[in-house]
Design a protein around this ligand. Structure first.
Ligand SMILES: [Zn+2]
Length: 164
């Protein structure tokens, strides 16, 4: 996650990202590596890749990346929209099963990378942002590799149980 800035990137860079030129989320979706600097791949679902974010500022924070490069969900066909929502529900249900949060937050932002993805943010009672979204950069939490892998495997198992 990049640090917040008050300056927009150069306009030609933004326009290129919207087109999908050199798009980091296209790369993340097609990569055969299990992990990179931003996350660990959990599973490929109907139309998305589910990843556990490196920054576990809340336990279970995941990012669901659409495998097709569009900047807005309404740029998908109706059938793809349905598959995207199915993936989102399955992923969040699995995160809930593993981490038992009191609330789930879903954020479709794309202000840094305009490639459709959803932040799945479990909320826990007593967390530091009651009544509002949590700023992921306020407190970056990283784990050991073994801890990431344990979370990935737990979510994978919950996905299998939920996808019945
Ligand atoms: Zn892309």
């Amino acid at each position: 996650m990049a640090q917040a800035t008050e300056t927009w990137m150069p306009r030609d860079r933004w326009d290129a990202l919207v087109r999908g030129d050199d798009c980091p989320l296209c790369r993340a979706c097609s990569s055969r590596e299990n992990a990179d600097a931003h996350g660990y791949t959990i599973a490929d679902l109907k139309i998305c890749r589910l990843r556990l974010a490196i920054n576990q500022f809340v336990p279970g924070y995941c990012v669901l990346i659409c495998s097709r490069h569009v900047s807005e969900p309404y740029h998908l066909s109706r059938d793809e929209q349905t598959r995207f929502f199915d993936d989102l529900m399955l992923a969040a249900q699995a995160v809930e099963t593993v981490f038992n949060p009191i609330k789930m937050n879903f954020e479709l932002l794309g202000n840094l990378v305009p490639h459709l993805h959803a932040h799945i943010v479990p909320r826990y009672y007593g967390d530091p942002a009651p009544e509002r979204p949590i700023d992921p950069d306020a407190r970056v939490v990283t784990l050991t590799e073994a801890q990431y892998i344990e979370r990935v495997q737990s979510i994978r198992a919950a996905l299998k149980r939920a996808d019945k």
